[in-house]
Design a protein around this ligand. Sequence first.
Ligand SMILES: [Zn+2]
Length: 55
Amino acid sequence: MPVTDPEKKRIAIQARLHMKICFNCGCRNDILATRCRKCRNGYLRLKNRNLGAKK
Ligand SMILES: [Zn+2]
């Protein structure tokens, strides 16, 4: 079901992609997090925010 409303799409993208991913265990953390909430690893990356990325 494609999202046609650009404003809704922007909100959805923010909700889904503004997060950090732990390199160690791969779990999602808050965008403001400095360490993983699960394994306390400090090696976090930003979620890929490229538009149109598959999956
Ligand atoms: Zn982790």
